[in-house]
Ligand binder design. Structure first.
Ligand SMILES: [Zn+2]
Length: 231
């Protein structure tokens, strides 16, 4: 079956890291166990505003070339680290279209990217979440309390989990089952109510195919793209 290609992403027009970014090595110590990751300073600063401020600023980290992230998860940092060097969040799955990372883990990667100022990682995580939902055509409601506890009101990830229910024709796991009612937080239900109110009954129910071909740029953060690409 022929399918239309999803709309192109402006962020993809951003240049890949150039050779000079593979320069001095810095160290990031992660978690309580202070696991050490050695990274190219130019590369990690290219992707992350947080590490740019730490390693290129006047603080101690800029002098020593060592940053400690005691409260961060080694698991998420490993995924970020692998993505930074390969451009991939995971190895290509054996089954085309299947995303091997759970939805909640993808949301956690997004939140990590948000906290550490890594817009391209956030975009990769939300694209993978988009693709996972396009493939599975369901959204575990457990993702909702996590997203609402760890993002700001304006977060594209919040819009995403609202839109998925507003636009989707799929049956969300447990959407009608009282056993999952605690997953629907007050703020989420408020956002859902506002969205449905604004639509005035014109609920844009989409097929799985229509959802798959939506413009996913509306959930992206292009702040790391060159100025010419964002205007
Ligand atoms: Zn985009």
């Amino acid at each position: 079956m022929a399918t239309a290609a999803p709309p192109a992403c402006l962020g993809k027009a951003a240049p890949s890291p150039s050779a000079p970014l593979y320069d001095t090595m810095v160290i990031v110590k992660v978690g309580k166990q202070k696991q050490e990751f050695f990274a190219h300073k130019g590369l990690i600063c290219h992707y992350s505003t947080y590490f740019r401020a730490a390693f290129q600023g006047q603080f101690q980290e800029g002098i020593t070339g060592v940053v400690e992230l005691a409260k961060d998860s080694v698991e998420f940092f490993k995924i970020f680290f692998g993505w930074m060097y390969t451009g991939r969040l995971f190895e290509p799955p054996s089954e085309p279209g299947k995303i091997p990372l759970e939805s909640t883990l993808l949301a956690k990667i997004y939140v990590f990217g948000d906290a550490r100022g890594i817009p391209d990682l956030k975009n990769a995580a939300i694209d993978a979440l988009f693709n996972r939902i396009s493939y599975e055509w369901s959204l575990p409601t457990l993702i909702i309390p996590y997203v609402y506890a760890n993002t700001l009101q304006s977060s594209p990830l919040r819009r995403f989990v609202v839109d998925m229910v507003v636009c989707g024709t799929y049956e969300s796991e447990g959407f009608r089952d009282p056993i999952y009612k605690d997953n629907f937080t007050t703020d989420y239900l408020r956002d859902l109510a506002v969205e449905l109110y604004d639509l005035k009954g014109a609920r844009p129910r989409m097929s799985q195919e229509q959802w798959r071909n939506r413009d996913r740029c509306q959930y992206h953060d292009h702040s790391n793209a060159p100025a010419a690409e964002t205007t």
